[in-house]
Every structure is written in C-alpha cells, then in structure tokens.
Design a protein. Sequence first.
Length: 232
Amino acid sequence: MITFKEVSKRYKTGRQWVDAVKPTSLHIEKGHIQGIIGFSGAGKSTLLRMANLLEQPTAGEVYIDGQELTGLSTGELREARRSIGMIFQHYNLLSNETCAANVEFVLKAAKLPSRERKKRVEECLEIVGLAEKARQYPAQLSGGQKQRVAIARALANNPKVLLCDEPTSALDPVTTLSILEFLEKINREFQVTIMLVTHEIQVAKRLCSRVAVMENGAITEQLDMSLPAVKP
Ligand code: ADP
Ligand code: ADP
C-alpha cells in the first residue's frame, strides 16, 4: 500500500549537507500498522513526510496503492493526497475555527456539496466520540480531544493511508492509550493502513504489526511484532 523505493533526502543548511534519509526501501502492506522508531534526528519524520511528498525526495520513488506520487502533476498530487490522511504531534488544527469547521475544511477542499459535508463532519466526529464538541474551539479541548479532532479530519476523505508523526508524544500515558485505541479501531474498521513515527517504544509495541528501526538516516532493522495486523 505504501512503497518507498530507494528514497533519499539530503538537506543543505548553510554550506553543510545532511543526509536525513539515505537511500531507503520499505514496503508497507495493506492493513498493516508500520511503526518507525529511533532517536531524535534519525530521519523518521523526513521519511514519513516523503510518503505524501510533504517532503520532496532528493532521489527515489514513492508509491501509494500502486500509484507513483513522484511523477504526478500538482493537480494529480492534490487528488492523490486526499486518500492519505495525516496527524501530527501538535495537532495542527485551525485555532480560530470550530472542531466541525476544522473537519469540514478538508471536505470543502475536496469540493463536496454542503449537505454531504455536514453529514460527513458529523460521522467523523462521531467516530472519535466528539460529536458534542462540534461547536467548540480547539482551545476549549484537552490535548487528547484535539488529537481526536485531528483524527476525525484525517478520516474525512476516507483515506486508504494514515500517516502519524509522533501522535502521542505531547500526551500523558492514559490519553496516549486512548488515542492508540482510536488508531487501532480505524485500522480495523476502515482497513486504513497506518505508518506511525514514534520515539516511544511502548507505543510501537502496543500498536504496530511491524516496526522499522531507524538510525542515522537508514533502516537498520525491521521487526515483525508477531501480532496480527488486526487484533480481535
Ligand atoms: P527524526 O524525525 O527521527 O527526529 P528528522 O527526519 O526530523 O528526524 O531529521 C533527520 C535529520 O535531518 C536531522 O539531522 C535534522 O536536523 C535534519 N533535518 C530535518 N529537516 C530539515 C530541514 N528542513 N533542513 C535541514 N535539515 C533538516
Ligand atoms: P499492497 O502492498 O497493499 O499489495 P501496493 O499498491 O503498494 O499494494 O502494491 C501493489 C503491488 O505492486 C504490490 O505487489 C507491490 O509489491 C507492487 N509494487 C508497489 N510499488 C512497487 C515498486 N516501486 N516497484 C515494484 N513493485 C511495486
């Protein structure tokens, strides 16, 4: 479902070059929850952000559901990205918009008619158990609730893939567990393939069917967690 083929990223800062990701190949099968773990600076986030070309690879190819993203035009990429949801450590919600408007925003971008938008916003907030917070603003919510709104937004366009960049790193252990349970539910009920970057080994152990270890811009190990991709 997600394939990185000899993908690399080199940054230039001043006169210094940094190989954030060295040529890396990784195949994530449909229905799996693939964790990427490693220390800060290992290249995890850069690799994840290349999955939807938030970060343009220096070389290599990225495929989502068989479609090569690296060869697409701007318009085609915008279209392809609708099937790729993403959540972040700091939620990235629009602070001056309500929860409902935050979710509706991506549906407007997808040009969904107004009535269908309202219905889908309700459904998505329902999935994350926040229907009653629809009219509230992000500042009125706890961290865990904000992340649930971000999950609702990521789900709005029925993605095949969900990219998670340190989704629980700003949360306490109890809230972390509840977010992991929502991610598991999304994987199981909607067959969304998940790629999750974390520096928290416990998070990877709890959720992932496979875990790749990144060090110095390279995957050094790929661990099979011997768990079914979808737990009963
Ligand atoms: P991780 O997510 O594992 O913490 P990152 O992918 O964020 O690692 O970063 C990998 C390396 O690339 C680090 O050395 C980081 O400083 C560097 N890096 C990341 N983003 C940029 C950028 N926009 N410009 C320059 N260097 C960057
Ligand atoms: P999935 O992994 O869920 O079956 P994909 O859409 O990622 O779905 O891939 C469909 C098929 O195409 C898979 O058998 C995969 O191995 C193959 N494939 C995907 N990307 C590449 C690639 N870059 N090079 C060769 N084969 C690829």
